[in-house]
Design a protein around this ligand. Sequence first.
Ligand code: NAP
Ligand code: HSE
Length: 425
Amino acid sequence: MLGIAIAGLGNVGSGVARLLSNQAELIAQRAGRPVTIKAVSVRNKKKRRDCELPGVEWIDDPRALAKLPGADVVVELMGGAEGAARELAELALNNGKHFVTANKALIATHGASLARAAEKNKLQLSFEAAVAGGIPVIKTMREALAGNDVTVVRGILNGTCNYILTRMELAGLSFDEALREAQEKGYAEADPAADIDGHDTAHKTAILAALAFGAEPDVKTIAIEGIRRLTPRDLQFADELSCRVRLLGVARLADGKLEQRVGPALVPKSLPLAQVAGALNAVLIRGDFAGDLMLQGLGAGGEPTASSVVSDIIDIARGIFVPAFGVPGSKLKKLHLAAEAHAAQRYFMRLLVADQPGVVADISAILRDEHISIESLIQRARSTESVPVVMTTHEASADAMKRATAKIARLKTVTEPPCLLPIEE
Ligand code: NAP
Ligand code: HSE
């Protein structure tokens, strides 16, 4: 028998309890032994739970699970990079318990030190559910692609944001209307800032980068931008350019240095990531031998996420132990590059400007001074008020583009901050 102790019985925790109970026989066969919940810990014991836990011990302090006799695995499903989650992880791994979590904030922030603690104590640290919910992307990268040199990983990693962008594009909703809809459907958090400001995607990107490139996960070096400032007009102009706007997490190795960025980008409709709609997640991985591989599925929700948590538990029951990030924790490298040094790429810029002579000349002079070449320019309407001007550029460095955009924003004839988006190739 494999004994487990679960901290947190919210969306994911109660999904794990239901799955272990509903499929107990199947799981016992596949795991080679029964998997039994010994104890749980929550904040409020009186809350109604969407699962039944007969004979399970309820423990007030989640940290006590790390020393619970009969528990082989501690499963952390509380959330947060610090506090109870971090303390429980460290205590569990230093008290002989394997540690399974769905907590991307914890792994993106402390994953390297936890991996080293697990290896020192000959224990398993697993976090399949931390990236893209029910999609088995961690195992795919760590195990199925273990022989490949991966050069780039791109993902749509936040279901809330993808839902909002899809609704703005297809139904012409404003950002606020689409967010309200996502909240009504239960995709967005009550405080959706972590989703829409890109931090959730950044945590997941840092974990994927660590797996792909054997680097310590590092969120601090990720240039992060969210989707709050996008308007339906931006999405319509993207459509005219045969592109869709998607919030992407991108990690790429170039000349031995790791570029990581999170932000909305124009994705040509011909690329598979542009086809990912609604609350789905997708990850595209480029391996030198495997080629391009795209995994798509449910990135959030109690049941898909529980499916990934339970797969980690079954691996432990089977005695499958692998380094958390694919290479020993002591070998994880620091490869990260500052955002300003990222490789050049093409850009989309949407401006709102006064409709008067010389405006486009002023803008193009600023771009010329930064050695940025315009590829195309669209301006249609004539108006006494502001009119949109949309440009695409040839490849330009992130740094030059940032300086030019700041100068353009200061022109008196530019009536609202520019919208600048990279174009994925
Ligand atoms: P949730 O519904 O808010 O549940 C959190 C659970 O943790 C609750 O049962 C809560 O107790 C318990 N908890 C919080 N702090 C605690 C403490 N100090 N001591 C004891 N119990 C504590 O969260 P969730 O959506 O299940 O997410 C859990 C984790 O999975 C997070 O790391 C999240 O990022 C990750 N994740 C979630 C999803 C998803 O779709 N929801 C997908 C992938 C990953 P009470 O119930 O008593 O309040
Ligand atoms: N809030 C996240 C999303 C789910 O919308 O994708 C957990 O990763």
